[in-house]
Ligand binder design. Structure first.
Ligand code: MG
Length: 424
């Protein structure tokens, strides 16, 4: 575990006020472990051309702002989160809090946005007036919903190593060119150039001093302001997943980067086949029904050959063994058992796997009894056992023209096909 995420609680959290840092230009040593975040959600995002402010745009079914809220509050070191935005943003935060459990020890506050980015950060800093000078503060743009713990760990590690600030940077892949009036001029060498992302991390005192010293000029980011103090800003590896939502087309890029693909559905077909011997003087159980007949089927359970074939077809489509594996004939508890429970078990295994039974096609091979008069009741009973509509069940019957064991009425055979929809 990274030392920055250790459970050590620094002095300032135990009620012991540590001494104020010396008012020199030296940045005080960093307190370990806990950090605060200023989350900027004040921009209207005019360039995105969206119907709503970009922090409210939906990404994977959730507002863009919610992605940062969820990721940041899941980080073990977070102590304070200040969301800078208008009343609409405050409403989005309240709605998120209604749907998410805030980890213990994390406090969330709101701050009003300013007229510029740096004014919004200053507003967030004001809401952290009691945050220790020596503790880290991250500034993050909610238009980058892909924030994760690895980048934050790298940033905090750079502060722990003594930097006043740290920024995530990704390499540039496109050729850079200066141009004017629709005409290209010099190509700019990419050596030593990188693109800066957020979150950016600061020792709180450095960020406060940078804002106090900056004045009214427009700053592109807070790292620029800290560097103007003469402080070194450390560069750590950024992450492609921190892609920024600037244009509407960025939503598709972010979705590809961040939104998990829905589980794929696939069709699976299984087959089952079973035979049981006919003996005189036994009740005949077939397709879940007790059918009046001179002979009944012999076996360890009730020997319902049709339900056994369907059970094996379903287990086959699931790749989940066979009926004998789940209900061994050597186990006395299945002696005389009603086979409907075997079939219901197989259907339950499908549901447990997130799948469903699309179709069952059963063929009963017997000289007698006639299946036709019992077809509707059998269909209804099987539908009930596996909890699907009777329209998804087909029941057919055939003879073997007097040939073989079935033709000699020594036994009944059944074969079944089961078609399942399964989740990968
Ligand atoms: Mg059997």
């Amino acid at each position: 575990m990274l030392p920055l995420f250790c459970n050590h609680r620094p002095d300032y959290e135990q009620g012991m006020r540590i001494a104020d840092p010396a008012p020199s230009s030296a940045i005080p040593p960093l307190a370990p472990a806990r950090f605060a975040v200023i989350l900027l959600a004040g921009g209207v995002g005019a360039r995105a051309g969206l119907a709503v402010p970009k922090q409210a745009a939906l990404l994977g079914g959730r507002p863009v702002l919610w992605w940062s809220l969820g990721a940041l509050t899941a980080m073990p070191g977070l102590a304070r989160l200040v969301v800078v935005g208008d009343d609409t943003v405050a409403g989005m935060v309240a709605e998120w809090r209604g749907a998410a459990a805030l980890p213990p020890g994390v406090a969330i506050a709101s701050a009003a946005p300013g007229a510029s980015r740096q004014a919004s950060v200053a507003s967030g800093l004001a809401a952290l007036a009691d945050w220790p000078d020596v503790a880290p503060v991250l500034v993050h743009d909610s238009a980058r919903p892909g924030v994760d713990g690895a980048v934050v760990a790298r940033l905090l590690s750079a502060l722990a190593d003594g930097a006043a600030a740290a920024i995530p940077v990704v390499p540039l892949s496109d050729t850079l060119v200066r141009h004017a009036g629709g005409v290209a001029a010099d190509t700019v060498a990419r050596d030593g150039l990188g693109a800066v992302q957020t979150p950016q991390a600061f020792v709180c005192a450095a960020l406060r001093r940078a804002h106090a010293a900056w004045g009214t000029a427009m700053a592109t980011d807070d790292a620029q302001m800290v560097r103007a103090l003469g402080e070194a800003v450390a560069v750590v590896a950024g992450d492609a997943r921190l892609h920024k939502l600037t244009y509407a087309s960025d939503l598709a890029i972010l979705a590809a980067l961040l939104v998990p693909a829905p589980p794929r559905r696939r069709m699976a077909v299984g087959s089952g086949y079973d035979v049981h011997r006919l003996v005189a003087g036994k009740p005949l159980w077939l397709g879940g029904l007790n059918i009046p007949h001179s002979h009944g089927l012999s076996g360890h359970s009730d020997a319902d050959v049709a339900l056994h074939a369907i059970t094996d077809a379903i287990l086959g489509a699931l790749g989940d063994g066979d009926i004998g594996q789940h209900f061994p004939p050597t186990d006395p508890q299945w002696r005389g058992a009603a086979s409907g429970q075997f079939l219901a078990f197989a259907a339950q295994r499908v549901r447990q796997a997130g799948g469903e039974i699309s179709h069952i096609d059963l063929t009963i091979i017997a000289e007698a009894p006639k299946i036709g008069p019992h077809r509707a009741a059998m269909r209804a009973r099987i539908a009930e056992l596996i909890a699907i509509a009777p329209s998804r069940i087909s029941i057919k019957a055939t003879t073997t023209e007097g040939l073989g064991f079935a033709g000699r009425r020594e036994g009944i055979a059944a074969q079944a096909m089961a078609t399942l929809e399964l989740m990968d």
